[in-house]
Design a protein around this ligand. Sequence first.
Ligand code: HSE
Length: 433
Amino acid sequence: MKPVKVGICGLGTVGSGTFNVLTRNSESITARTGRPIIIEQVGTRRGNPTCDTSRTSVTTDIFDVARNPDIDIVVELIGGYDVAKDLILTAISNGKHVVTANKALIAEHGNEIFHAARENNVIVAYEAAVAGGIPVIKTLREGLSANDVNWLAGIINGTGNFILTEMGDKNRPFEEVLKEAQELGYAEADPTFDVEGIDACHKLTIMASIAFGMPLQFNKAFTEGISQVTPGDIQYAEELGYRIKHLGISRKTTKGVELRVHPALIPADRPMANINGVLNSVVINADAIGETMLVGPGAGAEPTASSVVADIIDIARNLETPQSMPFPLGYSSDAMQPVEVLSVDEIECAYYLRIHVNDHPGVITALSSVLGENNINISAMTQKAGREHDMHADVVILTETVRESVMKQALTKIEALQDVQSPVAHIRVEALS
Ligand code: HSE
């Protein structure tokens, strides 16, 4: 049996996991593939103490791997934009199939990369780019291909979920938990990608394209991070029967598709409200299946390697017995629709507001007047005495559903009130139904 030869570029967290899973499980992988898969070459500037590369050819120039005539599949695990894109396009033009975990690159340059792959008749697979070890790409693209998707929502950044969970459960400060997430290898090289929602938005962009048959449109998505969420918000939300999660949501409406990442209050009895720590989860609501939920590790060396290696096996099987592979985004390129992505101003949802006020008579009346004038209905309201006992108080309000643009106008007026300290904390509420 002629082996399928793989070149791994990058031996960091995911690269080392991929090296070790491919090596450790080589026997069962051969049985599943029908051919052995061997690591022909590794491209890395630095070794990794968890990998024994003593019997593998190692080069410090990753482009050697992309051009190596013996290699069938190039695995891009260096991350980032320019060099990774160059590497993938070089591999494609040299007739190599590509496996990548690079969500930023797929979300922002995937249309171009898939076009190049089509022109060169090679496969670009990217299961590991979304939700680490959870096979959500295959689920959306293959398992649910009979469905018309209504909406999907996910906790798709492990670092962010880990931070919110630790802040809520153990009252730990944001910075301390973020540092721990970095040490555990969950966080991106630039952790602002995690905490500001950019990483989740990359993943949401990819899932939405597969769900709704539209080109990747990362630049139209709305993104808001978790750095403004306080332990107080988490506690107030709990008291109201909600948990705060960092969600990516994409929903098909009659006017277009919503594509948004932001913190959200979820009713505490929804399964997704109970996905904690570094776990990721995606709920997909579609016409035939109704609702399905995936849960699993969204980051880490071997969970992510599980998806990388599954893609390698898929391609190796296809080399053994050629068959039609799925279109990268699940639709043929000429069937993709340029669906409009809605501005966040057009979305409608309920809101949690935390308003820090001077504890004077008439403040609540002033607040409720502004909301009433804007036709915003209050569904719950409480006042919490100031923690510092300094004549300040937090007024916490849950509203009924309102259009975002109307809520923004009301917030501007509330922030202009004499007894209100600006800015007003506001978090969207998602019932996930
Ligand atoms: N930084 C990412 C996360 C890693 O925390 O989810 C997986 O994409």
